[in-house]
Write a new protein. Structure first.
Length: 584
């Protein structure tokens, strides 16, 4: 009986201890939620208060930028421990999306005031604020190494390109300028930027050959995080600087045009705790931020240009805005409504536009496609043409959008954040090319359905007058080594090819081209799709390449899509570039 009583007493004590612990945790959690709500309410309240104070003035003529300093002063007075949402694979909470909305507002106002404009800091500790906003970065610049061994610690300018000694490794803070403002002022010239890791060396060597063949004269910066070996660099230099022979129809053609290659080691720009966050697609943001060019043509290492890249900088869209983007395939894949509502909340409050001189987005067509219809694929980012100084705030916000799980998970890769980041930053200075991406290859006809179609793995991009500009994904039938998996998975491939080895030979063969199709957006119902009606872009899994094969269908009579029949001179030039890319 005594033992039983003791056990009951012990159980009661355990329950009481558990209850007290639970109540304590609940109080802490409620306090956290209250503090989070109050902090985010205060952000909007600061905007409202500032706007009310200045409502009787002509906001367009205000030159003292008092709203800039007052915003961060009031933010710190309300919460000295304010911070932006953490990055990486942190667990999301009930308030994490609200925290991101708040964080984006801090980033936008800081960037507009102290990077895009030259607002005075007053009594603000700008370095402390910058550390709160950009905890991923150290405040150091990368190390630039030219193909001939010249090392420049900092951004190379005109003198460094001509061969003088390097500059300082760290931006001088004596003037107390923002690091990012200094970085903006240090940008110089125009060139090609490629994000590169060890696994991209093979593709970048092929791209260098194509750049030589197109007559490229722009310098090239290959940005890495210290993970590129000396052997790989020497291999790249050999290809980029040396001549190579190309056999075309049993005749050899020598291609010279040595490229001005720079390796950019951005390892020290990242804090030790943030380096692991930048993998795969995310590496492109490091390349976007830490190259030295004022005018940047950012390329994926498996992009294939069919003309001299400098011509991108002559495009009307670029000259008008300083940002030239390319549309993706018109694929019928949509975002969830709750995600669309969340992205909409990341845009500036109406009062922010007038207080800080932000511009309302003018890209009405793509905004409507995204927010009204929910189309998931707006942009294709294998080539991005950007005047960085005017678009740096958007690039910084884009980087954060890529690294927050809440904003990145609804998308695949980096592509949508280039235009979204600019719009969210309050910058309307970007334009898309006239045509969406199409399919490049051999034209097929189906007389029964009165349609034309092409099946391919690469999206191809065209000028306003339908000249082929570039394609993404290399210039082979399939760049993914998935022949064994595809052969065992798809009956169609087993019937067409005798073995996985023969399928491999097909995948690794150059693409054949005599035309292209830019299909309209498919308007098929679910029943039509089930019944096999063909329209627009449709994924054709049975054709292999790990599911990356898409077929573009164009009805001849409806006039909504475009079928391009290349002239022989165009076919010859396209085949030449494809041969260069595939040359060993």
């Amino acid at each position: 009986m005594i033992v039983l009583a003791r056990n009951k007493l012990s159980i009661r004590r355990s329950k009481r201890l558990f209850l007290l612990s639970f109540v304590a945790l609940l109080v802490l959690y409620v306090g956290h939620l209250s503090r989070g709500r109050l902090s985010r309410q205060s952000s909007e309240m600061i905007i409202q208060t500032l706007h009310k104070r200045l409502k009787d003035k002509d906001l367009a003529t205000i030159q003292d930028y008092s709203a800039c300093t007052d915003y961060f002063r009031q933010l710190s007075l309300h919460d000295k421990q304010w911070s932006i949402r953490g990055f990486g694979d942190e667990k999301t909470s009930f308030t994490s999306r609200k925290h991101i909305i708040d964080s984006v507002r801090h980033l936008r106002i800081f960037s507009q005031c102290f990077i895009h404009k030259s607002a005075p800091y007053g009594d603000l500790d700008i370095e402390k604020i910058e550390k709160k906003l950009f905890p991923l970065f150290t405040g150091d610049l990368p190390v630039f190494q030219r193909w001939d061994g010249l090392v420049v610690e900092g951004f190379p300018g005109q003198n460094e390109v001509l061969g003088s000694e390097g500059t300082a490794s760290k931006i001088h803070r004596a003037s107390q300028w923002s690091f990012w403002r200094h970085l903006k002022e240090s940008m110089y010239g125009r060139g090609i930027v490629i994000s590169l890791g060890e696994n991209g060396v093979s593709d970048v060597k092929r791209l260098l050959k194509v750049l030589k063949a197109t007559g490229n004269k722009l310098p090239i910066q290959l940005v890495h995080k210290g993970d590129l070996t000396k052997a790989a660099m020497q291999d790249i230099i050999k290809v980029g600087r040396g001549d190579f022979n190309l056999e075309i129809e049993r005749q050899f053609q020598s291609i010279g045009n040595p490229q001005d290659i720079w390796f950019v080691n951005a390892e020290r720009t990242l804090t030790s705790s943030s380096s692991h966050l930048f993998q795969r697609f995310s590496n492109k943001w490091i390349a976007s931020l830490f190259n030295s060019f004022e005018e940047m043509i950012l390329m994926d290492c498996d992009a294939v240009p069919f003309l001299e890249p400098e011509l991108f900088l002559n495009a009307t869209e670029y000259k008008e805005t300083g940002a030239f983007f390319f549309k993706d395939r018109l694929i019928d894949e949509c975002l969830k409504k709750k995600d669309l509502k969340f992205y909409q909340k990341l845009f500036p409050l109406e009062n922010e536009y007038s207080l800080f001189g932000l511009l309302h987005p003018l890209d009405a067509v793509n905004q409507r496609m995204f927010f009204e219809f929910g189309h998931k694929h707006i942009m294709e980012s294998g080539v991005v043409v950007l005047k960085r100084g005017d678009h740096l705030p958007g690039l910084l916000i884009s980087t954060c959008l890529q690294l927050w799980k809440e904003t990145s998970e609804p998308f695949y890769g980096d592509k949508e954040f280039f235009w979204l980041g600019q719009s969210i930053s309050g910058n309307d200075g970007y334009r898309f090319n006239a045509h969406p991406a199409g399919a490049l290859g051999v034209l097929n006809q189906d007389a029964d359905e009165n349609l034309e179609y092409i099946c391919s793995t690469q999206p191809a991009h065209f000028s306003r007058n339908l000249q082929l500009l570039w394609l993404n994904g290399g210039a082979r039938k399939c760049k993914i080594p998935s022949w064994n998996m595809d052969f065992s998975k798809h009956k169609f491939l087993r019937q067409k090819y005798d073995s996985a080895e023969k399928l491999k030979d097909f995948y690794e063969s150059p693409i054949n081209v005599n035309g292209a199709i830019i299909p309209p957006r498919s308007e098929l119902s679910i029943l039509q799709k089930i019944n096999g009606v063909r329209s627009g872009f449709q994924k054709c899994t049975r054709l292999g390449c790990a599911g990356y094969t898409w077929c573009a269908y164009n009805q001849r009579l409806d006039g909504k899509g475009k079928t391009i029949h290349f002239h022989q001179s165009e076919v010859d030039n396209i085949k030449f570039i494809i041969s260069v890319w595939n040359a060993d």
